[in-house]
Design a protein around this ligand. Structure first.
Ligand code: DGL
Length: 283
């Protein structure tokens, strides 16, 4: 299942509660960064489950259990919407996952596939993601339902997440360049037009991936696609924060070292992390 929403049609014209975002670690920052840019007045509560990362090599049952606990954690912070900024969760949760949720919920797969199909115009789409996401077939199925003639080639890239979490994200990092070449050379040879970065960690490697694939391949960032959707959805539902509320605040929660998270997050965000980073126990 890629996306579920329980639309709460509100009579309010604004809603100052925070937006909740979660991922197994740093990957959801790709959605966070875009949300911050699009919606500067929104408060954001971010949870990175760094103590149990990676999700992408776990069984479907475990992924669903972790995702339920992550959602419960965010609900304790009175969020108005939850974004599963995690391809692995989005691709593996069942259709009824959000049946009893009191706030709208979205994953990343639906919006990413729509953006990729629009960019590919019936051409050839490559999908890279975690082993659990590729195994689910979620991206492939949705692309074919949106655009049956589109050719799809998928590849799991299990080492990308540990590279990102270790901070190996610089364009000239020789280890990352080597791993990128190893995983992506079949996709480069197959002549894809569009490459879906189907794990939200992967856009942190976009420079290295882009350099290797070349300018003719359009990269689609799954975190960014979900953030764009969230902006439109909150606006349509009258759930945006009020304009006179003042600048949005950030609160980051992680289930392992706050210091390690802050270090790599700052490199990716291009500035010192703004807001408190707290370590919590979840699940
Ligand atoms: N960033 C996540 C995803 O989009 C999870 C990566 C992982 O924990 O393996 O798939």
């Amino acid at each position: 299942m890629n996306i579920q929403q329980n639309h709460r049609v509100s009579s309010m014209k604004y809603d100052n509660r925070p937006i909740g975002v979660f991922d197994s670690g740093l990957g959801g920052l790709t959605a966070f960064k875009e949300l911050r840019r699009l919606l500067p007045q929104e408060d954001i509560v971010y949870f990175g489950d760094t103590g149990r990362l990676p999700y992408g090599t776990k069984s479907r049952e475990t992924i669903i259990r972790y995702a339920s606990q992550d959602v419960d954690f965010l609900l304790q912070h009175q969020v108005k919407m939850i974004i599963a900024a995690c391809g692995t969760v989005s691709a593996n949760i069942p259709k009824d996952f959000t049946k009893f949720l009191s706030v709208p919920f979205t994953g990343v797969v639906t919006h990413t596939c729509a953006a990729a199909c629009a960019a590919a115009k019936g051409g050839h789409i490559g999908v890279i993601a975690t082993p659990a996401t590729i195994r689910s077939g979620a991206y492939e199925k949705l692309i074919h339902s949106l655009s049956p003639e589109t050719k799809v080639t998928s590849a799991p890239c299990p080492l990308f997440v540990p590279l990102v979490e270790s901070g190996f994200i610089q364009r000239d990092n020789p280890v990352t360049r080597l791993v990128v070449e190893q995983y992506l050379s079949p996709l480069r040879c197959s002549g894809i037009d569009v490459l879906i970065l189907g794990c939200t960690h992967y856009p942190l490697l976009a420079d290295v991936i882009g350099d290797y694939m070349g300018e003719s391949v359009t990269l689609i960032d799954s975190g960014r696609s979900a953030a764009l959707y969230a902006r439109d959805f909150l606006s349509e539902q009258g759930l945006l924060a009020s304009h006179d509320k003042g600048p949005g605040t950030n609160h980051f929660y992680v289930s392992d070292s706050a210091e390690d998270f802050s270090k790599v997050a700052s490199v990716f965000l291009g500035e010192a992390i703004r807001g408190e980073v707290s370590r919590v126990a979840v699940g």
